[in-house]
Design a protein around this ligand. Sequence first.
Ligand SMILES: Cc1cc2nc3c(=O)[nH]c(=O)nc-3n(C[C@H](O)[C@H](O)[C@H](O)COP(=O)(O)OP(=O)(O)OC[C@H]3O[C@@H](n4cnc5c(N)ncnc54)[C@H](O)[C@@H]3O)c2cc1C
Ligand SMILES: *[C@@H]1O[C@H](CO)[C@@H](O)[C@H](O)[C@H]1NC(C)=O
Ligand SMILES: *[C@@H]1O[C@H](CO)[C@@H](O)[C@H](O)[C@H]1NC(C)=O
Ligand SMILES: *[C@@H]1O[C@H](CO)[C@@H](O)[C@H](O)[C@H]1NC(C)=O
Ligand SMILES: *[C@@H]1O[C@H](CO)[C@@H](O)[C@H](O)[C@H]1NC(C)=O
Ligand SMILES: *[C@@H]1O[C@H](CO)[C@@H](O)[C@H](O)[C@H]1NC(C)=O
Length: 624
Amino acid sequence: MLLKFPLVIFFILIKLFLLVKCSKNERKIQYYENIIDANEKLIQKFHYPSDASQYRPTNNNIKDYGTFDFIIIGSGSAGSVIANRLTEMKNFTVLLVEAGGFANDFVRIPAKCGDVLLLNEFNWFYRTVPQTTSCLGMIDQRCPYSRGKGIGGSSLVNGMVYSHGFSDNYDKMAIDNPGWSYEEVLPYFKKLERFKKNVDDVKVDFAYHGYKGPVSVEYFPTNRHFTDLFIKAAKSSGYKSVDYNGCSPFGASKSQAVHKKGQRWDAGRAYIEPILHRPNLNISTHSHATKILINNVTKTAYGVEFSKNGQLYTATATKEVILSAGTIGSAQILLQSGIGPKDHLDEVDIPVIHDLEVGSKFRDQPGMYGLYFITNYTDPNVIKSQRKKLKEYVKGYGLLAASGSDALIFSRLNKDSPHPEIEIEHTYMDPTETYRKTFYYNDETWNAIWNGTGDGSRVFTFQTILLYSKSTGTIRLKSNDPYDYPLIDPNQLSDPEDLEELYRGVKLALKLIETPPFKSVDTKFINRPLPACNGHKYLSKKYWFCYIRHTSTPDNHFQGSNPMGPDPAKGAVVDSRCRVHGIKNLRVADASIFPFLVANHPNAPCMMVGEKVSDFIKEDIHFK
Ligand SMILES: Cc1cc2nc3c(=O)[nH]c(=O)nc-3n(C[C@H](O)[C@H](O)[C@H](O)COP(=O)(O)OP(=O)(O)OC[C@H]3O[C@@H](n4cnc5c(N)ncnc54)[C@H](O)[C@@H]3O)c2cc1C
Ligand SMILES: *[C@@H]1O[C@H](CO)[C@@H](O)[C@H](O)[C@H]1NC(C)=O
Ligand SMILES: *[C@@H]1O[C@H](CO)[C@@H](O)[C@H](O)[C@H]1NC(C)=O
Ligand SMILES: *[C@@H]1O[C@H](CO)[C@@H](O)[C@H](O)[C@H]1NC(C)=O
Ligand SMILES: *[C@@H]1O[C@H](CO)[C@@H](O)[C@H](O)[C@H]1NC(C)=O
Ligand SMILES: *[C@@H]1O[C@H](CO)[C@@H](O)[C@H](O)[C@H]1NC(C)=O
């Protein structure tokens, strides 16, 4: 009796503990149910924005926002890092100007926001000018151009795939730009990363990872049958199992992802939220930078003009202005500030301060989403009720805990290529209206391929990405009005070799379907001819060319509008320390500085750039 008594108490305590825990989980589930409902209602009402006029000032006064050592424009993958690293120095004051606001818990649900579900306030949602060589299956032949907006930038809406990019690209970059070899940038990747091997069936080269940085990198904690089949199909096709961020990228792997226990780990969460208390950091959100203030005689940057809540402000920078507004934003702001090709600036009536090839050559990787497959297997994860999915999510796993892009193959097309040329990304998508709206497919394309293919439980796609496309495009201003969206002309697949290579990539992808793992679920390429390609024999090479031009989209990996290099006469905009040629106290640090396609997934490379530039600045200011 005496012995039993403590035991009873013990059980009562356990029971109470479980009860408290359950009701806490229950509250969390309820919370997520509410935010999903609220956000899905907003998505219903989503209109594609056509300009940034919501920021337009409502009066003619300009107010002074104050004086800071540094002003950073844009709190994306690179800018967030720089704001953090510069304010580590207690005697630096920093103003961070960001057009969007802070993230919410909705954007951090990987399967609910990002990648292909982008109809919200965290996306600028640009559309290109009408295209003639790609995006032909989109409304008015305009490609949708997603771009993150908010503290975290595009890392708030991206597919979360974590990748360094290939070593030979950095080595090539270092030929003209000292300091950028892979050996020299790898320490910065390690500095930012907090890697965890949270699943068993992956190969990891531990020496290539970091374990103490602010950016959490884990594999998605989701077991899905099609993903396993993809890895098995890769193996039976001869692809090795690799750590694509390790010794060699050629092969297959589950994706390493910028997330933690199933939640997005964007640059805002990693770098800004932990330092909000720093008194030397001033963050101005919902603030649209309109131009950089530059003394046109001394060619020295001294501040930034921005508009917030209908009011125009100027802020002064005594040391430097750092432009991290992304490939599109940084080009646009430089052009608005009078830095760009003289002919173009004359055209839009902007006084030229310095003639540089801003926005003259930018690049992206075309991705073919049109490889859509149907099987006879129903994924039980998909047909679970939302409540069941959320029950798993609050414990850190399940379908909601992963973005759609959870496994990949890196392959050569040519025997002696030093780097992979094609990526086959295994991707989930729901054939829903939200997906159609994000991809901007016209009705004909949508109805031909995706419409009426069920609830998404039996389907998957292979996104086939051409990693080194040769086509280049331009970013130009529509006018000298900073609230106009820029004219984006990616010109993808205009180089005939690109089309040929992407076609070869598509064939590689289709081969996977012929392997026993995919045969075991009776996998079939969706057998519905695209009406626009009716003039060609179904599945002939010409048909595929047509199909590729209709269903390819930008892969959102835009780079290079402000390329790095020693010689402005050859198109360089920044030097190897990211300083704008010919202008004092102005740097650009983001995806726009890569002189050619360096990165297959640019989020981590942009954070690396942020880390590296922060050190440049500290060195150059002689405070280090
Ligand atoms: C849909 C999508 C999916 C992607 N998937 C992946 C992936 O899986 N893996 C991967 O590695 N990469 C992915 N990427 C690419 C990657 O996220 C970006 O290349 C990277 O985040 C770019 O970083 P950045 O610093 O150059 O700019 P961004 O992160 O875009 O930051 C720029 C910031 O500047 C702000 N800004 C712009 N103009 C102004 C202005 N005038 N005034 C004030 N602020 C301004 C923006 O609001 C934004 O916050 C994806 C991108 C998208 C859009
Ligand atoms: C940021 O600067 C503005 C303008 O000088 C000021 O009103 C605001 O209080 C500052 N915020 C912080 C957190 O320092
Ligand atoms: C700023 O701080 C660093 C060390 O944190 C110091 O070396 C440097 O001299 C300081 N500079 C000024 C201007 O106070
Ligand atoms: C510099 O800018 C001022 C004010 O906008 C203008 O009046 C002047 O003509 C410019 N000078 C040069 C050299 O462009
Ligand atoms: C998709 O198909 C359904 C019926 O099958 C039809 O009602 C709907 O309009 C189609 N969607 C589009 C965008 O045409
Ligand atoms: C799916 O197709 C495979 C291969 O044809 C077959 O062996 C299997 O029984 C099918 N499964 C179902 C559920 O129909």
